[in-house]
Design a protein around this ligand. Structure first.
Ligand SMILES: Cc1ncc(COP(=O)(O)O)c(C=O)c1O
Length: 471
C-alpha cells in the first residue's frame, strides 16, 4: 500500500496543490533576493519555455543515442555552444574539442578526475593537485575514486594559490592539476595560464573548473572587464567544465565537460559487454538519463542567444557593482576580494558586527545570503552569488544592509536558550521534536568554532536525521 489513507490515488489538482503547499516552505527561487542555490535571469516567458521543452523530452532516455537521436543532436549542439564560448572549435587552437553533457558540476568534476586517473593505469596510487579554494566536488571525486587529494594553500589576500606552490605539490603520481575560473567561495580566477604551464611541463593534465563562471567570464570580458585567459585558448588546459544550470540559466541537471581532443576524452567512457543484456556504453556516470534537463537547457540556450547572455551579464555586473558599493558603505564590513566575476564576498572588521547575526538580520529583511565558515586562516564571510534577477532590486540592498548592521551588534550568548539547545539536540536525535531554529547565528557560531572534521560529523548526523521515511 503506497498511502494507506489514499488507496484510490489523488486527483491531479489536489496533488499539485499539495506540492505548492510544500513549496511555500522553500526559499524564494525568483525575485533576486536569494544569493545562493538558484540562478534567475528574470526573463519573462523563459520558465514556461524551459518547462515545455522539459516536458517534450522528459521520457526520452539518454542511455542509447541511436534510439533517441533527438537527444544526441541537442547534446552535440550544447557541447558546441559551450566549446565556442570557451575557446574551442573550428578556427581556434582547440579545433578537435569534444565533450559530454553531464548532470551537474559535481559529475563533470568527478568525470574529469576519473578520466585523468584512467589515462594513467601505470600509476598505482594516483593523486590530484587542487588549490584549497577549489570546489569541494574535487574532494568528493578523490574520495569516490580513491585518488589522493593534494591541496595547495591560497594566499589570504589574493585568495589564489602560488604557482610555485602548485609546482611543488606535483609528484610522479600526480594525474591531474585543477584550478578554478572562478572559485565559488570568493569568485576569483586562479592563474590558469601559469598553472597550466607548470602542469604541461610535468606532462600532467590540467582541468579548469569553470562550472560556476564559464558562462559569464567571456561576456564580462566583452563588457570590458580584465578577465585573464582561462579557457581552451590557454596551452596546457586539457579539459574544462561549465554548468548550464548556473549562468546559462537552464533548469537544474545540466553541465558540460569538454576535453581538448578525443584522445584525452577516451578514458571517460565505461563500456561493458560481459553480461547477457545490452552492451552498455556510458560516457557519463548515469546510464538511464532523462532527456528533460537537456531539452530544457537546449531551449534556454537557443532562446537567449549570444545577445541575450551579453545583456544578462551586463545586468548582473551592474548588480555586482551596486552590491559592492553597499558593502563598502556599510560600517564594520569589508570585501574579502575585489569582485572580478559574479560573486560579492564580505566579512566583518574587528570592530564590525557579528557576521552570523548579520546573516540572520538580512534574512529577517528578506535577503537570503550564504554564510561561509572560517577556514585555514581565512575569516568567516558572507557569500552572494549575483544573478541578473538581482539587478532591479540591488538598490534596495544598501539601506537594508546598513539597517541589518545596526541591528546586528554582537552575538548574545544568552540567546542560547534551553529551547534552542533542545531543538538542536532533538534535531540530532537526542530527544523528541527538533529542527532548525529560525535564527541560525548561534548554530553557525558553534560550527565555526569547530574544526572541519567535527563540522562534517555534526552535519552528516543532522542531514541523515532529516532523511527519514514520511510514514
Ligand atoms: C566552481 C564550482 N564547481 C563545481 C560546482 C558543483 O556544481 P554542482 O552543484 O552543480 O554539482 C560548483 C557549485 O556551486 C561550483 O561553484
Amino acid at each position: 500500500m503506497i498511502d494507506e489513507n489514499r488507496p484510490d490515488g489523488m486527483p491531479a489538482e489536489q496533488v499539485l496543490a499539495e506540492i505548492r503547499e510544500l513549496r511555500a516552505l522553500d526559499r524564494p527561487t525568483h525575485g533576486g533576493r536569494l544569493f545562493a542555490y538558484v540562478y534567475d535571469p528574470a526573463v519573462p516567458g523563459l520558465d514556461a519555455l524551459a518547462t515545455a521543452a522539459y516536458a517534450e523530452s522528459a521520457h526520452v532516455n539518454g542511455l542509447d543515442p541511436t534510439a533517441f537521436p533527438s537527444l544526441l543532436a541537442m547534446e552535440n549542439t550544447l557541447v558546441a555552444a559551450a566549446a565556442r564560448l570557451l575557446g574551442g572549435g573550428p578556427g581556434t587552437s582547440a579545433p578537435d574539442v569534444v565533450g559530454s553533457v553531464t548532470s551537474g558540476g559535481t559529475e563533470s568534476l568527478i568525470l574529469a578526475v576519473k578520466t585523468a586517473r584512467d589515462a594513467r593505469p601505470d600509476i598505482a596510487a594516483p593523486r590530484i593537485v587542487v588549490p584549497a579554494s577549489a570546489h569541494a566536488a574535487f574532494a568528493k571525486a578523490a574520495h569516490y575514486l580513491r585518488v589522493e587529494l593534494d591541496t595547495v594553500p591560497v594566499d589570504p589576500s589574493t585568495l589564489r594559490p602560488a604557482v610555485a606552490g602548485v609546482a611543488a605539490a606535483l609528484r610522479p603520481e600526480t594525474v591531474l592539476v585543477a584550478c578554478s575560473a572562478p572559485s565559488y567561495a570568493h569568485g576569483v580566477v586562479d592563474p590558469v595560464e601559469q598553472i597550466a604551464e607548470v602542469a604541461a611541463a610535468a606532462g600532467v593534465r590540467c582541468h579548469v573548473d569553470a562550472c560556476f563562471g564559464g558562462w559569464t567570464l567571456p561576456y564580462l570580458r566583452r563588457l570590458g572587464l580584465p578577465v585573464p585567459p582561462f579557457d581552451l585558448g590557454v596551452p596546457g588546459v586539457t579539459s574544462i567544465s561549465v554548468d548550464l544550470h548556473k549562468y546559462a540559466y537552464a533548469p537544474k541537471g545540466v553541465s558540460v565537460l569538454l576535453h581538448r581532443d578525443p584522445q584525452l576524452r577516451a578514458p571517460q567512457y565505461f563500456a561493458y559487454a560481459d553480461w547477457p543484456g545490452y552492451t552498455m556504453i556510458n560516457p557519463v556516470i548515469s546510464s538511464t538519463r532523462s532527456g528533460g534537463p537537456i531539452a530544457a537547457a537546449y531551449a534556454t540556450v537557443r532562446h537567449l542567444g549570444d545577445d541575450g547572455y551579453l545583456e544578462l551579464t551586463r545586468r548582473t555586473w551592474a548588480a555586482v557593482c551596486t552590491l559592492t558599493e553597499a558593502v563598502r558603505g556599510a560600517d564594520g564590513l569589508r570585501l574579502v576580494a575585489e569582485p572580478e566575476s559574479t560573486v560579492v564576498c564580505f566579512t566583518a572588521t574587528e570592530t564590525g558586527p557579528d557576521l552570523f547575526v548579520l546573516v540572520d538580520e538580512l534574512a529577517a529583511r528578506g535577503w537570503h545570503t550564504q554564510p561561509q565558515l572560517s577556514y585555514a586562516g581565512l575569516p568567516p564571510s558572507v557569500h552572494l552569488t549575483v544573478t541578473a534577477a538581482v539587478a532591479p532590486r540591488a538598490a534596495e540592498f544598501g539601506p537594508d544592509l546598513a539597517d541589518a548592521v545596526a541591528a546586528a551588534g554582537t552575538l548574545a550568548p544568552e540567546g542560547l536558550t534551553g529551547d534552542v539547545v533542545a531543538g538542536l539536540a532533538a534535531g540530532l536525535g537526542l530527544g523528541p521534536g527538533g529542527g532548525l531554529p529560525e535564527r541560525m547565528a548561534l548554530v553557525n557560531t558553534l560550527l565555526d568554532a569547530a574544526p572541519p572534521a567535527l563540522r562534517e560529523r555534526l552535519l552528516v548526523e543532522f542531514v541523515s536525521l532529516l532523511q527519514r521515511p514520511a510514514w
